[in-house]
Design a protein around this ligand. Structure first.
Ligand code: SAM
Length: 239
């Protein structure tokens, strides 16, 4: 856990476009609902396509780990997980899950409190959209990753109609409204200067609730057709 001195150095409003402390207690409800659970399943499918067959003992840093939802997935996958987030309430929720081989810290992705080359993998899932300076956070992630390592990103797609509708919703504490969404091309442009990039677009879910059980079929079909408009982009950068 960070010292009181480190906590003081974090200026939340300079670090993040939205204060996730405000929604930390209800954050995991999204994953529990039918639509959220289906998104989660499809997002994990494409993230898993970018992971190695085995990750036993590999060190993974997760920037913007939130409530530890993805940390749990990475821990089950075999990684030794270090999660960090600028929101204290999110980090408290992550600790409460008692995820094996995972530790959590309050820190700002713009100034990572780790030595160069500390991790095999560094990841940020739906986090780059919320940081103040995505380029600066990406450079910090690269600094902390070994030269042979990989950066893994999950990003909300700016070409997705559903995501753009969510941005416009006039509801209290709408984190989407603060997000800077990326298209697959924009994400590629951000990553390309640093190495080889592979991108997968997924998360194709029909708008009608009664069609949700058929989402895996929609997703497969849209991916086969090469649509770039799914809700979620997964990307891996090989340094
Ligand atoms: C949409 S949530 C995603 C949480 C988690 N990755 C997930 O997918 O469930 C974005 C997270 O990024 C965190 N965040 C935003 N700016 C940050 C920064 N500069 N450094 C670290 N975390 C940040 C927020 O506090 C929030 O928990």
């Amino acid at each position: 856990m960070p010292s009181a001195e480190q906590k003081l150095k974090i200026n939340k409003s300079k670090a993040s476009r939205f204060d996730f402390d405000l929604i930390a207690d209800s954050y995991d409800n999204w994953y529990a609902g039918r639509r959220g659970a289906m998104y989660d399943r499809l997002e994990k499918k494409i993230i898993a396509e970018l992971l190695p067959a085995a990750a036993e003992g590999e060190k993974l840093l997760e920037v913007g780990c939130g409530t530890g939802h993805w940390s749990e997935f990475f821990s089950e996958y075999g990684f030794e997980v270090t999660g960090l987030d600028v929101s204290e309430r999110m980090i408290n929720a992550a600790w409460r899950k008692s995820i094996p081989n995972a530790s959590f810290h309050i820190a700002d992705g713009h100034l990572l409190p780790f030595a160069d080359d500390s991790f095999n993998w560094t990841t940020a899932i739906t986090t780059l959209e919320f940081v103040r300076d995505a380029g600066a956070v990406l450079r910090e992630m690269i600094r902390c990753t070994r030269k042979s390592g990989k950066i893994l990103l999950g990003v909300l797609n700016g070409l997705s109609k559903v995501n753009r509708q969510k941005q416009r919703q006039e509801i209290p504490e709408n984190s989407y409204a603060a997000a800077r969404l990326y298209s697959p091309v924009e994400l590629k442009q951000l990553l390309q200067p640093y190495g080889r990039v592979k991108i997968i677009v997924g998360g194709f879910i029909p708008a009608q609730n009664w069609l949700i059980p058929f989402a895996p079929w929609f997703d497969r079909s849209a991916r086969t057709l090469g649509s770039q408009k799914g809700a979620f982009i997964a990307a891996v950068l090989k340094l």
